[in-house]
Design a protein around this ligand. Structure first.
Ligand SMILES: Cc1ncc(COP(=O)(O)O)c(C=O)c1O
Length: 397
């Protein structure tokens, strides 16, 4: 895979005709080191947010040897890549075949569930194994998150006691897991959720071996500047101190977005301009899903092959390449007012839930990838990034 000091150098060297994923594994490593050093417990990487090998390797090299997997394909991928890693199957609804293969074929012992039916399924698919770690997924408010995950999964705290007691009877270890919703903009959401864990412990009388506070930590986008991650760490530690858990209780977290959002951007080319609308060659069926209906305003910068162009900025909306009218990203994306066909745009912060969402719809799939050594377009981490080391184009921006 080609290495460049910036998306600009990539454009100068190749003038790509298809959208390209620009990976910055060093940014994933930096974020991983933050969580490793600052979270008061164990960090699992939520593989779904970006399962690319380069990203998995960066996170792993930064000292994260635990992974939240949510499908059998993710489980196989990580088990093969890191045979010594611990995998936790945190999807609360799984097929019997997936549970069986994960347990017998990939060494998975940790399983999430949110219903008695799923517990029975796990018991049957593992032939009544007695070495399981079972985590009951609690439904918690997702009020401050951009993506609500509470309606689909989680047992209401009032019904969780009975399920926890049943898990205690068959499992080696028992825990509670939760998710405050993705891109959670308020640290207090973690405190609210952890307080609910405390209520469940008191009402069930079950001493927990694990409290898994989930993912949900935010990243920075063009229109979203969340509080510092340190505030989330502080809120979590303070709330945990109120919960009746023993000294031996493990605390887990499973971030996705905040670990990898900064670790990629998407390089697109303008195929057509109509007034303040740019028709670009990637879109909501490609790596820009979140810029569609979810309305994320990714940071953008114009890249001209020869440099130059207007200094005056104006807001643009984007259309993606497919025939579907929903392939629309309203932005507003601020770019020079003379943007025209053939210009390139680097769209930042697409490392989480970006390229991994790409579809083949309308034949517009692109797998073009480059590694960049420069800093991400936005960052919430302060550790210095190593200086650029390699540039295929031979010149710097
Ligand atoms: C069970 C579970 N854990 C962790 C994550 C990662 O969440 P985030 O990317 O918001 O940190 C998700 C995301 O859907 C999830 O469902």
């Amino acid at each position: 895979m080609d290495l460049f000091t910036s998306a600009h150098s990539l454009v100068r060297a190749h003038a790509p005709t298809s959208p390209a994923t620009c990976l910055r594994p060093h940014a994933a490593a930096r974020a991983a080191r933050y969580f490793r050093d600052k979270f008061p417990g164990d960090v699992l990487y939520a593989v779904k947010s970006n399962p690319r090998i380069e990203i998995l390797d960066a996170v792993h090299c930064a000292g994260i040897n635990r992974f939240d997997v949510a499908s059998i394909v993710e489980t196989r991928l990580v088990a093969e890549r890191f045979p010594e890693a611990r995998l936790s199957y945190m999807h609360p609804v799984k097929s019997r075949e997936a549970i069986r293969e994960a347990y017998f074929g990939c060494g998975v012992r940790d399983f999430a569930l949110d219903s008695p039916e799923e517990l029975a399924k796990i018991e049957a698919a593992t032939d009544g194994a007695r070495d399981l770690t079972l985590l009951v997924r609690l439904a918690v408010p997702n009020d401050h998150a951009e993506f609500d995950l509470s309606a689909k999964f989680g047992i209401a705290p009032a019904r969780a006691s009975a399920l926890l007691q049943r898990c205690r009877a068959v499992a080696d270890k028992v825990g509670v897991c939760l998710h405050v919703g993705s891109q959670c903009m308020h640290p207090a959401s973690f405190a609210t959720a952890i307080d609910l864990v405390g209520d469940v412990i008191r009402s069930s009388g079950v001493m927990l071996d694990i409290v898994n506070v989930g993912g949900g930590y935010p990243s920075h986008y063009g229109d979203m500047t969340p509080p510092p991650l340190d505030a989330y760490m502080g809120e979590i530690s303070t709330a945990l101190a109120r919960v009746p858990i023993g000294e031996g209780c493990e605390i887990w977290t499973e971030p996705g977005r905040a670990l990898v959002a900064e670790a990629a951007s998407t390089l697109v080319r303008v195929d057509h301009r109509r007034d303040d609308h740019l028709f670009i060659n990637d879109g909501t069926y490609g790596s820009l899903f979140d810029a569609g209906v979810p309305g994320f305003v990714y940071p953008v910068r114009a890249i001209r092959r020869q440099g130059g162009g207007s200094d005056r900025m104006m807001p643009f909306a984007f259309y993606g390449p497919t025939c579907d009218g929903m392939d629309y990203m309203k932005g507003p994306f601020p770019l020079p007012d003379d943007m025209a066909e053939g210009d390139y745009i680097e769209i930042g912060q697409t490392g989480a839930y970006g390229a991994t969402m790409r579809t083949q719809f309308n034949g517009f799939y692109s797998d073009a990838t480059a590694i960049l050594s420069d800093v991400p377009m936005l960052s919430q981490f302060t550790e210095a990034v190593p200086p650029p080391q390699y540039d295929k184009s031979g010149t710097d921006q």
